[in-house]
Write a protein that binds this ligand. Structure first.
Ligand code: SAH
Ligand code: SF4
Length: 434
């Protein structure tokens, strides 16, 4: 979501005459997009801003703006902490960035906008696709009403708001016209899309409408909340050709006691029931998840239940984090805080286990033929190109720029820890491909 917001901000500034540069010495404006979901992300943002501040001391006239969740959380306090910041733009005020830059240029001191609006600007603002863009993000909603006990998102992104479906279809139509082949729909909790809109719509219906957009070959979405995965959404994987067989479904913890304290609204058994429902429809479904270890009160036994769930599901990939206290959240006031050393021990154990499963899953694809949408040169450059399978695995293989934006069949020769390697095949059946 932050990546998309950065793109939208860059698009607005481009309209204002700014151009992106990879060379900080050339920049007239540095805009730092910040995250505050864990303390580590917050520290990273502060230290980056500090470094830009030092650079700014040598370059008077350089404008430094801060946007995103940390900007929302800190508001005008940011100017006290970091006096070299020129403007602060909250999560609902993205459209004001060009105004604020203009105000600073005209001599105004410290403009800031952290007001919550009924309809946040990141849903209202459109930005044109970049030339040659193959895969794009599209915001379909913003904010969250779930208030998971550990999470700061509802406080810094505000209440959940959905974007009218016609507006989303318009944007996706324009992306398709510009040659985009894949869209990833973004929201904190996409499964509850449509709540509060006047039209008769929900997430599976939106997917159906998007499935009919000419030129869009692949649709993905993130993030899903297990409690809101409906039978209709499960069926959508069978009914909509362009919907890729991949799902990111955070489970956070395997112990029902911990899930309850987290206010997640489901049990481990219910989570497994959803996974079974999905896999009975799409056996090859790619699955990833988010997990928190060391939530306040998590005992060794509770943690073992998280491990048991990982062993039962065998995810393709997992993003796992040590619990981090966030100011103002319910869990920040919970007792039973787990010490850092124990959290690290649990995290290391879990990540090692998951790395084994990820490798096993990648190796299991060796010998299969996969549909790969080619997105660009691979990290090492030509003669290799890179793309993803429908199950969201990165594949590198020999090819040239003529393949960009094309979907080709690739025989997987090697499964590695983070990617696959393969060889393009001419024709042939697609196996293990949802
Ligand atoms: N809306 C998404 C993701 C929100 S933040 C969802 O509902 O799943 C991304 C991930 O960060 C979460 O899934 C969670 O695993 C992790 N996270 C959020 N707050 C955290 C905290 N206080 N400490 C550690 N991890 C956290
Ligand atoms: Fe945070 Fe929970 Fe909302 Fe996700 S669903 S953004 S974890 S409060």
């Amino acid at each position: 979501m932050n990546v998309r917001d950065s793109e939208l901000a860059a698009g607005l500034l481009e309209k204002e005459g700014y151009r992106l540069t990879g060379n900080p010495a050339e920049a007239d404006l540095v805009l730092v997009n910040t995250c505050t979901v864990r303390e580590k992300a917050e520290q990273k943002a502060h230290s980056f801003i500090g470094r830009v501040g030092k650079f700014k001391a040598k370059r008077p006239g350089l404008i430094l703006g801060v946007m995103g969740c940390l900007a929302q959380q800190w508001g005008r306090e940011f100017f006290k902490r970091s006096p070299y910041i020129d403007f602060v733009c909250g999560t609902h005020a993205l459209d004001r960035i060009p105004d604020m830059a203009r105000e600073v240029r005209a001599g105004k001191k410290h403009p800031a906008d952290t007001a919550f609006r009924d309809y946040p600007a990141s849903l209202a603002v459109h930005s044109p696709p970049h030339p040659g863009e193959i895969a794009s993000y599209v915001n379909i909603m913003q904010g969250c009403d779930n208030f998971c006990a550990y999470c700061i998102v509802p406080y810094v992104r505000g209440r959940e708001r959905s974007r009218p479906s016609d507006d989303i279809i318009d944007e996706v139509d324009r992306l398709a016209e510009a040659g985009v082949k894949e869209v990833t729909l973004l929201g904190q909790n996409v499964n509850s899309y449509g709540t509060g809109l006047e039209e008769d719509i929900n997430f599976p219906l939106l997917l159906k409408r998007l499935g009919a957009v000419q030129g869009i070959e692949r649709i993905r979405f993130t993030t899903s909340h297990p409690k809101d995965i409906s039978e209709a959404l499960m069926d959508a994987f069978l009914e909509i050709d362009s919907l890729c067989g991949y799902l990111h479904l955070p489970f956070q913890a395997g112990s029902n006691r911990v899930l309850k304290r987290m206010n997640r609204g489901y049990t481990a058994e219910e989570y497994l029931g959803k996974i079974n429902g999905l896999r009975s429809r799409v056996p090859s479904l790619g699955l990833s998840t988010d997990i928190i270890v060391g939530f306040p009160g998590e005992s060794g036994e509770d943690f073992q239940k998280t491990i048991d769930l990982i062993e039962k599901v065998r995810f393709d990939n997992a993003f796992s984090f040590k619990y981090s206290d966030r100011p103002g959240t319910a869990a920040a006031g919970y007792d039973g805080k787990v010490d850092e050393i124990e959290k690290s021990r649990r995290l290391t154990y879990l990540q090692k286990l998951q790395a084994g499963y990820t490798l096993e899953k990648n190796k299991a694809l060796e010998g299969t033929v996969q549909e790969v949408l080619v997105e660009g040169p691979s990290k090492g450059g030509f003669p290799n190109v890179t793309g993803r399978t429908r199950g969201n695995k990165v594949v590198n293989f020999q090819g040239d720029a003529a393949l960009f934006g094309k979907t080709v069949l690739v025989k997987i020769t090697h499964g590695f820890a983070h990617s696959l390697r393969g060889e393009m095949v001419q024709g042939g059946d697609v196996e293990s491909c949802s």
